[in-house]
Design a protein around this ligand. Sequence first.
Ligand code: ADP
Ligand code: MG
Length: 765
Amino acid sequence: VMVSMAHLQEEKLRLQDELLGLREKLAARENDELSRSLKLQGQVEALKAKLLEQAQEISRLHSELGGTDAEKHRDLLAAENERLRQEMKVCEGELRELRRQQQQEPCQDCAHLQENTELQERLCQLQREAEETRTRLAELDLEVQQKTNRLAEVELRLKDSLAERAEEEERLSRRLRDSQETIASLKSQPQQIKYIIKTVEVESAKAKQALCETQSRNQYLQEQVAMQRQVLKEMEQQLQNSQKTVAQLRAQITMYEAELEQAHGQMLEEMQAMEEEKNHAIEEAFSRAQVEMKAVHENLAGVRTNLLTLQPALRTLTHDYNSLKRQVRDFPLLLQEALRNARAEIGQAIEEVHSTNRELLRKYRRELQLRKKCHNELVRLKGNIRVFGRVRPITKEDGEGPEAANAVTFDANDDAVLHLLHKGKQVSFELDKVFPPQASQEEVFQEVQALITSCIDGYNVCIFAYGQTGAGKTYTMEGTAANPGINQRALQLLFSEVRSKAADWDYAISVSAAEIYNETLRDLLGKEPHEKLEIKLCPDGSGQLYVPGLTEFPVQCVEDINKVFEHGHVNRVTECTNLNEHSSRSHALLIITVRGLDRSTGLRTTGKLNLVDLAGSERVGRSGAEGSRLREAQHINKSLSALGDVIYALRSRQGHVPFRNSKLTYLLQDSLSGDSKTLMMVQVSPAEKNTSETLCSLKFAERVRSVELGPGSRKAELGSWPSQEQLEGDTPGTPTPSGRGHASPSPGHLSGRTTSIRRKLQTSG
Ligand code: ADP
Ligand code: MG
């Protein structure tokens, strides 16, 4: 331990020395710097002095000369002066730099200082360890000393006791010898001896006991000696142990030293390696940089040449770019301008279109109104109630012979006149239009289609087919599948009209079919065809009539119409076994309702087209019919007369129109009054055998027609409608017995006014 401590101490001293050396070096350097700075300061001082001198010289020269040479010299000196001043500034800068360096210097030895402190710390630690070992050693020494002392003491005592024992033994052996001599002497003197022996023997026992005690004591002492020896041995052992520990510690110290040495060496090596590495890296970087530099130089050269070639292109590009830039700058303005112009133009155009549209719409409405007015006027001129006649051809059913001979002829120049040969006399009738047998369904329809289209405009229209059974009423209204009549054609026309107006109007067309038999109204499209329907006033107080429970079928195409007709026929057929007979005794009604909405004005219209196939007008009452046949005939007569009355009252504009006299007129009240239009198609048979019925029908037609309108003539024409019987009783060509002032059916009595109106209508289309 001592040696290691000494070693460490030495190391410490060495390090301290090193530190001292470094400090000295630093101080020396500082001194050096100081001296340098002093020198520089001196220099500065000298320069300043020189400067001063020069200044003085200048002033001297100034004062001495005052001439141009002097001035030159002065300038020179001033330049010198300036130079010196610059030099001085440089020197001062240097000085400042040095001072700054000086301030920074101490930091440069940082690595050494750190190492030093580390080593000092290590030294301290080792010193501490040595101190500990030393104290432990001292403790052990003290213990050894104590144990040695005790051992010496024990030895001394042992020696004493040994000496004592030896003395005792001496004494005892002496006594033994004495005793034996005594015994021997006593043996010679037996008596005495015996006693003596006894005594001796007694005495000898005592001695023996003492001897024993002594021996045991001796034994004890010897044991103690052994024990002490043991203790001594242990002590020695301990001492050995301590010595071993010391040796171990020493070994540790050496080990530490070795480690320290090694670490130092490693550090040095590492530093060396790092230094080498650094140098190597620097070299490498340098070479790389050189290579890169070379490459860069080469690149630069290439780029330079490129640049040279690119310059003209760049120039043109720049030029282009500038012009484009200008254009781009100007473009939004141009665009805005153009947009503004375009917008203005478009706005103007739109405005124009708008105004044109408005104008057109206004004109269109005006035209619409005008058209309606014209139409009304036309209808008014034609008469709201018009009467056409249609003569069917002679058919096989008419038979042959004189009975089937033709009794009807026509005027080649006037399509409104027809001549009937009745009982050898020719009677002429003028109607609004007469269709000869060869007139086709199309031609007939052509004449009525204006009436039908007015239904779309919201007018109510009635078309009646009147005439005796077999005169062609059903043919005209329904027609055949191959050649349909007014019903189907009317619906088709309505569909096409509605389609053509679909751009502005929304239309809905619906159909109802009904039958009036014996003054009973039945729904032909309903589920209960036998049910009696009532005609009622609308509960809304509008005065309109309606039939609760009457089925309305919406229709949109021809297929729908066919379905409706089929349905109606089926219902009619199921009602009776003989359709022809039944249909001749009942009125068949097809009611088409057209509801429209003008999308631009919101105007709503409702028009009703009533197509009525009337019951046969033949007179039966006369022939003495009875029972149901008579009742039927009476009902038919009554309803046809009522129809005549109503039409007459309407045409003559009477205040009271007797709509309620029959189911038919009551049901058609809306469609007969007001702006409504009525067409009476009077069907006649041309056969000789039917002339009297034909005559009746034509009379009915002419009378309906001859109730001519006109404020002046109206009152004069007022009168009651002739009953069916009266019609029957009338003889052709003679004035009616009732004394009514209407024109006579003969062509000669035709009023000039009526003819002129008719002509007017014909020319106006
Ligand atoms: P109504 O219904 O008045 O009793 P119909 O329409 O049944 O009479 O006609 C009787 C017959 O005369 C039918 O066979 C029908 O085809 C025929 N007929 C009627 N009018 C014409 C006509 N204009 N052209 C050809 N045939 C007709
Ligand atoms: Mg019929």
